[in-house]
Design a protein around this ligand. Structure first.
Ligand code: ADP
Ligand code: MG
Length: 174
Protein backbone atom coordinates (compact mmCIF):
# COMPACT_ATOMS: atom_id res chain seq x y z
CA UNK A 1 0.00 0.00 0.00
CA UNK A 2 2.84 2.43 -0.71
CA UNK A 3 1.15 3.86 -3.81
CA UNK A 4 -0.98 6.97 -3.38
CA UNK A 5 -3.69 5.72 -5.70
CA UNK A 6 -3.46 2.00 -6.20
CA UNK A 7 -5.60 1.01 -9.19
CA UNK A 8 -8.13 -1.70 -8.49
CA UNK A 9 -7.65 -5.10 -10.04
CA UNK A 10 -11.12 -6.18 -9.09
CA UNK A 11 -14.52 -4.72 -9.68
CA UNK A 12 -18.09 -5.24 -8.52
CA UNK A 13 -19.27 -4.42 -12.04
CA UNK A 14 -16.60 -5.66 -14.47
CA UNK A 15 -15.72 -9.33 -14.83
CA UNK A 16 -12.13 -10.53 -14.42
CA UNK A 17 -12.20 -11.11 -18.18
CA UNK A 18 -13.21 -7.46 -18.82
CA UNK A 19 -10.38 -6.26 -16.57
CA UNK A 20 -7.89 -8.54 -18.37
CA UNK A 21 -9.04 -7.27 -21.79
CA UNK A 22 -8.66 -3.65 -20.70
CA UNK A 23 -5.22 -4.39 -19.24
CA UNK A 24 -4.11 -5.96 -22.53
CA UNK A 25 -5.48 -3.02 -24.53
CA UNK A 26 -3.64 -0.52 -22.29
CA UNK A 27 -0.34 -2.39 -22.74
CA UNK A 28 -0.86 -2.36 -26.53
CA UNK A 29 -2.16 1.23 -26.69
CA UNK A 30 1.00 2.64 -25.11
CA UNK A 31 3.00 1.50 -28.17
CA UNK A 32 0.62 2.82 -30.80
CA UNK A 33 1.38 6.08 -32.58
CA UNK A 34 -0.99 8.87 -31.62
CA UNK A 35 -2.08 9.30 -35.25
CA UNK A 36 -3.71 5.86 -35.45
CA UNK A 37 -7.49 5.66 -35.05
CA UNK A 38 -7.42 4.33 -31.57
CA UNK A 39 -11.14 4.32 -30.92
CA UNK A 40 -11.88 1.61 -33.52
CA UNK A 41 -8.75 -0.29 -32.59
CA UNK A 42 -9.72 -0.16 -28.91
CA UNK A 43 -13.27 -1.38 -29.56
CA UNK A 44 -12.11 -4.34 -31.66
CA UNK A 45 -9.21 -5.21 -29.33
CA UNK A 46 -11.25 -4.91 -26.15
CA UNK A 47 -14.12 -6.97 -27.54
CA UNK A 48 -16.26 -6.11 -24.51
CA UNK A 49 -19.84 -7.27 -24.33
CA UNK A 50 -21.18 -3.74 -23.81
CA UNK A 51 -22.60 -1.12 -26.13
CA UNK A 52 -20.46 1.88 -26.98
CA UNK A 53 -22.17 4.95 -25.56
CA UNK A 54 -19.77 7.59 -26.77
CA UNK A 55 -16.17 8.54 -27.31
CA UNK A 56 -14.04 11.63 -27.00
CA UNK A 57 -10.45 12.28 -27.96
CA UNK A 58 -9.02 10.31 -25.10
CA UNK A 59 -11.57 7.75 -23.92
CA UNK A 60 -14.20 5.36 -25.20
CA UNK A 61 -17.29 4.91 -23.04
CA UNK A 62 -19.32 1.70 -22.68
CA UNK A 63 -22.79 1.27 -21.20
CA UNK A 64 -22.69 -1.31 -18.40
CA UNK A 65 -26.47 -1.53 -18.64
CA UNK A 66 -26.90 -1.14 -14.89
CA UNK A 67 -27.06 2.64 -14.64
CA UNK A 68 -23.29 2.98 -14.94
CA UNK A 69 -20.68 3.47 -17.64
CA UNK A 70 -17.04 2.46 -17.95
CA UNK A 71 -14.57 4.83 -19.59
CA UNK A 72 -11.53 3.13 -21.11
CA UNK A 73 -8.40 5.14 -21.96
CA UNK A 74 -7.44 5.49 -25.63
CA UNK A 75 -4.11 7.14 -24.91
CA UNK A 76 -1.79 8.19 -22.10
CA UNK A 77 -3.84 11.37 -21.90
CA UNK A 78 -6.90 9.19 -21.32
CA UNK A 79 -5.12 7.49 -18.42
CA UNK A 80 -4.35 10.93 -16.98
CA UNK A 81 -8.00 12.00 -17.41
CA UNK A 82 -9.21 8.92 -15.55
CA UNK A 83 -6.79 9.66 -12.71
CA UNK A 84 -7.82 13.32 -12.58
CA UNK A 85 -11.50 12.37 -12.31
CA UNK A 86 -10.84 9.75 -9.65
CA UNK A 87 -8.70 12.10 -7.56
CA UNK A 88 -10.77 15.23 -7.99
CA UNK A 89 -14.04 13.47 -7.19
CA UNK A 90 -12.55 12.02 -4.02
CA UNK A 91 -10.56 15.06 -2.90
CA UNK A 92 -12.73 18.07 -3.69
CA UNK A 93 -15.15 19.72 -1.28
CA UNK A 94 -18.68 18.41 -0.87
CA UNK A 95 -19.90 21.65 -2.37
CA UNK A 96 -18.09 20.92 -5.65
CA UNK A 97 -18.66 17.18 -5.66
CA UNK A 98 -22.37 17.58 -6.24
CA UNK A 99 -21.56 19.04 -9.67
CA UNK A 100 -19.35 16.09 -10.66
CA UNK A 101 -20.62 12.83 -12.07
CA UNK A 102 -20.07 10.25 -9.30
CA UNK A 103 -17.03 7.98 -9.66
CA UNK A 104 -17.82 4.47 -8.47
CA UNK A 105 -14.64 2.49 -9.19
CA UNK A 106 -11.23 3.17 -10.73
CA UNK A 107 -8.72 0.70 -12.12
CA UNK A 108 -5.84 0.26 -14.52
CA UNK A 109 -7.06 1.99 -17.69
CA UNK A 110 -10.69 2.29 -16.62
CA UNK A 111 -13.07 4.28 -14.48
CA UNK A 112 -16.71 3.55 -13.67
CA UNK A 113 -19.17 6.40 -13.31
CA UNK A 114 -22.88 6.89 -13.01
CA UNK A 115 -24.64 6.92 -16.38
CA UNK A 116 -26.15 10.30 -17.24
CA UNK A 117 -27.82 11.85 -20.25
CA UNK A 118 -25.39 14.25 -21.97
CA UNK A 119 -26.80 17.68 -22.82
CA UNK A 120 -27.64 18.08 -26.52
CA UNK A 121 -27.53 21.85 -26.61
CA UNK A 122 -27.24 24.52 -23.96
CA UNK A 123 -30.14 26.92 -23.38
CA UNK A 124 -29.64 30.48 -22.22
CA UNK A 125 -30.57 29.36 -18.70
CA UNK A 126 -27.96 26.56 -18.89
CA UNK A 127 -25.31 29.09 -19.92
CA UNK A 128 -26.11 31.10 -16.79
CA UNK A 129 -25.88 27.97 -14.64
CA UNK A 130 -22.60 27.10 -16.35
CA UNK A 131 -21.15 30.51 -15.62
CA UNK A 132 -22.02 30.11 -11.90
CA UNK A 133 -20.56 26.60 -11.96
CA UNK A 134 -17.31 27.91 -13.47
CA UNK A 135 -17.02 30.47 -10.67
CA UNK A 136 -17.67 27.87 -7.96
CA UNK A 137 -14.78 25.73 -9.19
CA UNK A 138 -12.41 28.64 -9.82
CA UNK A 139 -13.05 29.99 -6.30
CA UNK A 140 -11.80 26.69 -4.87
CA UNK A 141 -8.66 26.64 -7.03
CA UNK A 142 -9.93 24.26 -9.71
CA UNK A 143 -9.73 25.31 -13.36
CA UNK A 144 -12.81 23.83 -15.02
CA UNK A 145 -11.53 23.09 -18.52
CA UNK A 146 -13.56 21.55 -21.32
CA UNK A 147 -17.05 22.59 -20.22
CA UNK A 148 -18.86 21.82 -23.48
CA UNK A 149 -22.36 20.42 -23.84
CA UNK A 150 -21.19 16.87 -24.61
CA UNK A 151 -19.15 16.88 -21.40
CA UNK A 152 -22.17 17.93 -19.34
CA UNK A 153 -25.41 16.34 -18.19
CA UNK A 154 -28.50 17.68 -16.50
CA UNK A 155 -29.91 16.45 -13.23
CA UNK A 156 -33.65 17.13 -13.34
CA UNK A 157 -33.91 15.97 -9.74
CA UNK A 158 -31.66 18.78 -8.54
CA UNK A 159 -32.19 21.16 -11.49
CA UNK A 160 -28.42 21.19 -11.78
CA UNK A 161 -25.75 20.86 -14.45
CA UNK A 162 -23.40 17.94 -13.76
CA UNK A 163 -19.97 17.56 -15.36
CA UNK A 164 -19.51 14.08 -16.88
CA UNK A 165 -16.05 14.76 -18.34
CA UNK A 166 -13.77 16.56 -15.92
CA UNK A 167 -10.60 14.82 -17.06
CA UNK A 168 -9.13 18.14 -18.22
CA UNK A 169 -9.81 20.04 -15.00
CA UNK A 170 -6.66 21.45 -13.42
CA UNK A 171 -6.11 21.53 -9.68
CA UNK A 172 -3.25 21.19 -7.26
CA UNK A 173 -3.66 18.03 -5.24
CA UNK A 174 -2.47 18.26 -1.65
N1 ADP B 1 -21.30 9.38 -17.24
C1 ADP B 1 -21.68 9.32 -18.52
N2 ADP B 1 -22.95 8.98 -18.84
C2 ADP B 1 -23.35 8.92 -20.14
N3 ADP B 1 -22.54 9.19 -21.19
C3 ADP B 1 -21.26 9.54 -20.93
C4 ADP B 1 -20.77 9.62 -19.59
N4 ADP B 1 -19.48 9.99 -19.63
C5 ADP B 1 -19.19 10.15 -20.93
N5 ADP B 1 -20.24 9.88 -21.73
C6 ADP B 1 -20.29 9.97 -23.21
O1 ADP B 1 -19.05 9.56 -23.75
C7 ADP B 1 -18.39 10.66 -24.40
C8 ADP B 1 -16.90 10.59 -24.16
O2 ADP B 1 -16.64 10.63 -22.77
P1 ADP B 1 -15.64 11.71 -22.17
O3 ADP B 1 -15.56 11.49 -20.72
O4 ADP B 1 -16.08 13.06 -22.62
O5 ADP B 1 -14.27 11.30 -22.87
P2 ADP B 1 -13.06 12.22 -23.39
O6 ADP B 1 -12.25 12.52 -22.18
O7 ADP B 1 -12.34 11.38 -24.39
O8 ADP B 1 -13.67 13.46 -24.00
C9 ADP B 1 -19.08 11.91 -23.85
O9 ADP B 1 -19.00 12.99 -24.75
C10 ADP B 1 -20.50 11.42 -23.64
O10 ADP B 1 -21.21 11.41 -24.87
MG1 MG C 1 -15.14 14.71 -23.43
Amino acid sequence: MNQVNPPMNQSKMLSDHDIQSIYQWISKMKHLRSSTRKKDKAISTLHLNYQVLGAGNTRVVFDLDNGHVVKVALSKKGLASNLTEYQLYNQCSRKLRKYLCPVIEFGNGWIIMKKMQPIVSLTEDDEKKLSRLRKRFTREGVQPRGLRNKNLAFSTRHNRIIVIDYGNFKYSSS
